[in-house]
Design a protein around this ligand. Structure first.
Ligand code: COA
Length: 179
C-alpha cells in the first residue's frame, strides 16, 4: 500500500499478554503529544519537539500511517512502534530495509512492555513479509534501548559516528524453518 510495501493496513489489533497493538485513534492525541514533547523520551533522539508546536500541528487523529502501531495498556496509549521502509537510509547496509523504532512514556519503563510490544510487532512483520530482515539504529549510550535490541534478537552490523554520538546499527534476520 505505501512505504512499508504490499500489505493491508491496518491489521486487526494484535493482542499480547498485557497489551494491544492497534492503529491510532483521536483519543490518543494527548498521549501522542506527551510522548513527542518529552525531553526524557528524546534524550538520545536529538531532543523533543516543542509542546505548543505539537498542539498546533498534530492532526485530530495522530500518527496514522502504515507501520505505525499505538501500544495500548488497559485502553490508554503508552507508546508507539514504527516499522518504516527506508529506501534512502544513510547507512548503505540498511537502505531499502524496514527500520524498527519505538518510544514509550517514561512512567511505563521498566515493566517489559517495550519488549513485549516490539516482539509482537516483529512477529506480525514476519508473518506479512516472510524472510525479510529488520534493521534498527540506536545510540550506544541509550542503555535501555541497547538492552531491548539484544532481547529482540538484533545483532550488530556496525557502529558509526553521527549526530555527535556513537550509533549502533543492528539487524534481525527472521527465524528459518530449521531454527
Ligand atoms: C527504549 C525503551 C523503549 C526501553 O523501555 P524499557 O521499559 O526499559 O524496556 P523493556 O520493555 O525491555 O523493559 C525493561 C525492564 O523491565 C523489567 N520488567 C519488569 N517486569 C517485566 C515483565 N513482566 N516482563 C519483562 N520484563 C519486565 C525487566 O527487568 C527489564 O529490565 P532488563 O532490561 O534489565 O531485563 C524506553 O527506554 C524508551 O521509550 N526510551 C525513549 C525512546 C528511545 O530512546 N527509543 C529508542 C529509539 S531507537
Amino acid at each position: 500500500m505505501t512505504e512499508l510495501g504490499p500489505v493491508a493496513w491496518p491489521p486487526a489489533p494484535i493482542r499480547t499478554e498485557r497489551l494491544v497493538l492497534r492503529e491510532s485513534e483521536a483519543r490518543d492525541r494527548a498521549a501522542f503529544i506527551e510522548l513527542h514533547s518529552s525531553a526524557e523520551v528524546h534524550t538520545y533522539l536529538g531532543g523533543p519537539r516543542p509542546r505548543d508546536e505539537l498542539e498546533r500541528e498534530v492532526p485530530e487523529v495522530p500518527g496514522r500511517r502504515p507501520g505505525t502501531f499505538v501500544v495500548d495498556l488497559d485502553g490508554a496509549m503508552i507508546g508507539q512502534i514504527q516499522l518504516v521502509r527506508e529506501p534512502e537510509h544513510h547507512r548503505p547496509a540498511a537502505a531499502g530495509k524496514v527500520d524498527l523504532g519505538y518510544l514509550f512514556l517514561p512512567r511505563v519503563w521498566g515493566f517489559g512492555y517495550a519488549a513485549e510490544a516490539c516482539a509482537a510487532a516483529l512477529d506480525w512483520f514476519d508473518s506479512v513479509f516472510p524472510g525479510e530482515p529488520v534493521v534498527l539504529a540506536t545510540q550506544t549510550a541509550n542503555v535501555a534501548s541497547m538492552r531491548l535490541v539484544a532481547k529482540l534478537g538484533f545483532t550488530e552490523v556496525e557502529r558509526f559516528h553521527a549526530w555527535d554520538a556513537e550509533q549502533w546499527l543492528g539487524m534481525r534476520s527472521p527465524a528459518t524453518p530449521s531454527d
